[in-house]
Design a binder for this molecule. Structure first.
Ligand code: SAM
Ligand code: SF4
Length: 360
C-alpha cells in the first residue's frame, strides 16, 4: 500500500483528469495496437489458488510459489499505471479470486483509482454468499459466476467438491442484492449437454444471463478431449428448440458473447449468450490484456508470449519503463489465433499456460 501511495504522488491522477483533450488523446494512442484495436480492458488473475478442481481447468503441475505471486501493492501499481494510460475496465479472476486473503481490502483500494470505471469479478461462487454484501459495498456490480451443472452429484464430479448447495446459495444472494449476474457454463458433450435446456430456462425465470462457453484446449492436458467439444452454432440450435431467439439489443457491447433474447412458447423471456473462442473467434474485436498471477502480461489467451512485469517491478523500474513495457505488449498483440482453422486437429492442448494462472 505504501508503495502505491508513493506512486500516486509520482503520477497524480488529478493530472490525468485536468489534462487537455489532445494530451489525453495522445495517452490513449498508447493503447491502440497495430490492428487498430484499442486495449481498454485488463483481466487480472489475483491468484492461481482455487477451492475447486474443475476437470477442465486445474493444472496437475505445482502451484506458483507464494513469493512469485504478485503482491497487492504490485498489482495496485500496475493497475494504476494501466489506468493512467487510459485503460478503464478491470476484471478480477484467478484461480478463485475470493480465496486470496485480504481480497476485500484490495478491491476497496482498486475502487479508489480514479479513471477505473468498472471493476468486475469472475468467481466459482463457493465464497459468494459470505462475501456478497462486502463486494456490493466495495462497488462491484457485475459478477460472472461459473456453474456447469445444476445437479448436485454431477457438480461434485466436475469440480471435485460437493459444494453445489453453497454455490447456489451464493447465486441467490447475489441476485437478491441486485448484482448483474451472468452464469458461465462450459459446454461439454456427454458431460452437461442434457442440462442446456434447464440452464436456458433458468435465464427466463430469473434475471440471470446464461452464457455457454465453448470448451477450450487449454489448461488441464489430461481432460481436453475434442469429442467433448460443442460449437456455439450447435449450442444455439439446441436452445432454439425452446422458442424464438433474436439478437439482443446492445449485444455488441457484451464483450465476446453473442447474446440473444429467448422467448419460450409460454411467453417467458431471458438472455442467452454464446462465447465461441474456437469456432467463431472474436479476435478482431479483442480489447483485452491479461495479467497472470505471477505478474506476466499476456496479450492473448491462446498465444504463449508474456511480458514479465514482475521482474521489472522488482528490479526497480520507473513508472515510465513499466508503461513502455505495457505499450510494447499492446503493440505485439497478435492479430488472432487460428485454432478454428484446424478444428479437426484439435486433439492436443494448444496453450501451455494454465487457465488458473491466466484467469480465463
Ligand atoms: N475460479 C473462477 C471461476 O471458475 O469462475 C475464475 C477463474 S476460471 C479460470 C474463469 C473461467 O474460465 C470460468 O468460467 C471457467 O469455466 C473457464 N474455463 C476454465 N477452463 C476452461 C476451458 N478449458 N474451456 C473453457 N472455459 C474454461
Ligand atoms: Fe477453480 Fe475456476 Fe479453474 Fe474451476 S474454473 S478449477 S473454479 S479456477
Amino acid at each position: 500500500m505504501i508503495l502505491f501511495e508513493k506512486k500516486v504522488n509520482v503520477h497524480p491522477y488529478q493530472e490525468f483528469f485536468v489534462m487537455d483533450s489532445s494530451k489525453e488523446n495522445r495517452k490513449k494512442e498508447q493503447l491502440v495496437d497495430q490492428y487498430s484495436r484499442t486495449i481498454s480492458y485488463l483481466r487480472l488473475s489475483i491468484t492461481d489458488r482455487c477451492n475447486l478442481r474443475c476437470l477442465y481447468c486445474m493444472p496437475s503441475s505445482s502451484l506458483v510459489k507464494c513469493a512469485d505471486l504478485l503482491s497487492y501493492e504490485e498489482m495496485l501499481r500496475i493497475v494504476g499505471l494501466a489506468v493512467d494510460m487510459g485503460m478503464n475496465k478491470l476484471r478480477l479472476t484467478g484461480g478463485e479470486p475470493l480465496v486470496r486473503k485480504g481480497v476485500m481490502d484490495f478491491i476497496r483500494n482498486l475502487a479508489k483509482i480514479k479513471g477505473l470505471e468498472d471493476i468486475r469479478l469472475t468467481t466459482n461462487g463457493v465464497l459468494l454468499h459470505e462475501k456478497a454484501v462486502d463486494l456490493y459495498s466495495a462497488g462491484i456490480r457485475n459478477l460472472n459466476i461459473s456453474l456447469d451443472s445444476m445437479k448436485r452429484e454431477r457438480f461434485a464430479e466436475i469440480t471435485g467438491s460437493d459444494l453445489f448447495d453453497q454455490v447456489w446459495q451464493g447465486i441467490q444472494t447475489a441476485c437478491e442484492l441486485g448484482f448483474n449476474v451472468k452464469l458461465n457454463v462450459v459446454a461439454m458433450k456427454g458431460i452437461n449437454d442434457d442440462e442446456f435446456a434447464d440452464f436456458a430456462k433458468l435465464a427466463t425465470q430469473r434475471s440471470i444471463q446464461v452464457r455457454f462457453i465453448e470448451f477450450m484446449p487449454i489448461g488441464n492436458k489430461d481432460s481436453w478431449d475434442k469429442t467433448r467439444f460443442i460449437a456455439a452454432s450447435e449450442l444455439k440450435e439446441m436452445i432454439s428448440t425452446l422458442g424464438t431467439m433474436e439478437p439482443s439489443p446492445g449485444s455488441r457491447l457484451e464483450g465476446p458473447a453473442r447474446v440473444y433474447r429467448l422467448t419460450t412458447s409460454n411467453g417467458q423471456t431471458g438472455r442467452i449468450g454464446f462465447i465461441s473462442p474456437i469456432s467463431h473467434h472474436f479476435c478482431d474485436k479483442c480489447n483485452r490484456l491479461r495479467l497472470t498471477s505471477e505478474g506476466r502480461l499476456r496479450a492473448c489467451l491462446l498465444h504463449n508470449h508474456e511480458t514479465d512485469l514482475k521482474a521489472l517491478l522488482r528490479q526497480g523500474s520507473t513508472d515510465s519503463e513499466i508503461q513502455k513495457a505495457i505499450q510494447q505488449t499492446i503493440l505485439n498483440k497478435p492479430k488472432g489465433h487460428t485454432l478454428q482453422d484446424d478444428l479437426a486437429g484439435l486433439d492436443q492442448v494448444n496453450c501451455q499456460g494454465q487457465m488458473s494462472r491466466i484467469g480465463g
